[in-house]
Design a protein. Sequence first.
Length: 570
Amino acid sequence: MPKSNSINSEPASDFIRNIIAEDIKANKNDGKVVTRFPPEPNGYLHIGHAKSICLNSGIAAENNGICNLRFDDTNPSKEDTEYVESIKSDVRWLGFDWGNRLFYTSDYFEQLYQYAVQLIKKGKAYVCDLSAEEIRKYRGTLTEPGKESPYRNRSVEENLDLFERMRAGKFEDGSCVLRAKIDMSSPNLNMRDPALYRIRRVSHHRTGDKWCIYPMYDFSHCLSDSIEGITHSICTLEFENNRPLYDWILDELEVECHPQQIEFARLNLSYTVLSKRKLVELVEKGHVNGWDDPRMPTLSGIRRRGYTPESMRNFCDRIGVAKRDSMVDIALLEYNIREDLNKRAPRVMAVLRPLKVIIDNYPEDIVEELDALNNPEDPGMGIRKVPFSRVLYIEQEDFREDPPKKFFRLAPGREVRLRYAYFITCVGVVKDEQTGEVIELHCTYDPKTKGGDSPDGRKVKATLHWVSAAHSIEAEVRLYDHLFNVANPSDKKEAEDFKDCLNPNSLETLSSCRAEPSLAGASPGSRYQFERLGYFCVDSVDSSESKLVFNRTVTLRDTWAKIQKAQKKG
């Protein structure tokens, strides 16, 4: 059975769940609920697919039903086992299990062929010799009816013979297709004698060269649903106009199981694109470093970036299911990631842009082991020891020689708190003689403030994170930002080409970072909160025993909370 699709309470009701509840109440389908997630194995899954997985699997789980995983593999020229395996990994990562219900449309190729033969025998399908371009011209427009093919009235016997010869490989690719005989004047262009089969001499990743004709998606999809006993075929809104064809095929063939197709609004997410064509273009033209680039909205990309499956399921619950397309603010996605990681990610200290600090009055031969909380949200996570010594690193941005107004961090003559350690005061600044850049600070510490509190009650306005220079380990840190610099890169008003909206600052790589020694040997995929900096994940591809690489998952800044607050004020 699929696992729960929420880390919180049961998801709110929606129009799809209401339809299914009414069906169960009326004992339709004998009260059964059978759904499916039907990806085409021609690419990697993205966040939009996560919504579909959670919806289909969640609805099945809520109603003691089952959810199949089926690969609609009818276009071998674009499909590969690489995609099959990545999709299975993504579905498992998201927290769902199809059990023994893994299917392929290619499992049904012979049965689908026989269904096509039945349509021919009923006079509802014919072999057409028009070229693809001619078929488009004959199809008509939204305001003009189509024109019947000159091959539309071939006899049943001739069509059966031609279709058998198509299967036997007697014709060249593109020389003819099998079309449904419906209505060339239908206001729905999908009903104007759509193609059901085409010739394509391409080796299939599962059936090899057994077939040289392949069913079209609209033909195979509804029949595969029927074969599997699907009760509710849940899909996105772009298939709404395909529903009459879906029903026509099942009605004409008088199948025992006629699933109900229900459409919902696909996920549109700001500052990204979820079009498979556009994602392919980003990968193939080198705008990103592959399908699992942490800037990509693919599930493999967000997994590598450090997103958790729990946060993704909760996000899908929160955005709900609607009948109309809308744009979801990426800040809501980031809020869900931040909310989840806040509970589970251990706190550690790391310095991204190191500035050396020498504590002049601290003994050179002493190293203290200070207590640090692993997670204040969960006392059960305990404490760890962090080494403190005379020479430290702090962030460059935590010091200003000439501090602006409201800058409360370290400056000449100013006292600040070091997290878990002591109060320190800056007493000297060392600069590079050639560039004038600050390269070293000299400070003094107050030994009476151990643990970060002053016995005399004096206050400081800033607490800084730090690492011991001698004990810290080197790390590479990759700071990821939105892939696009406009909310809707697909909007022609923003740019004629969506790639013109790419954010040139979507990745900044810092190669000389320093991290506390507890991170030595951190395993790939481990997630942490770098105190004051954000949430980070050990990269699963480039990190190794000899090179520690972190990806920033999300900042600590809660943009969504600010949006919600502004909306309430408005």
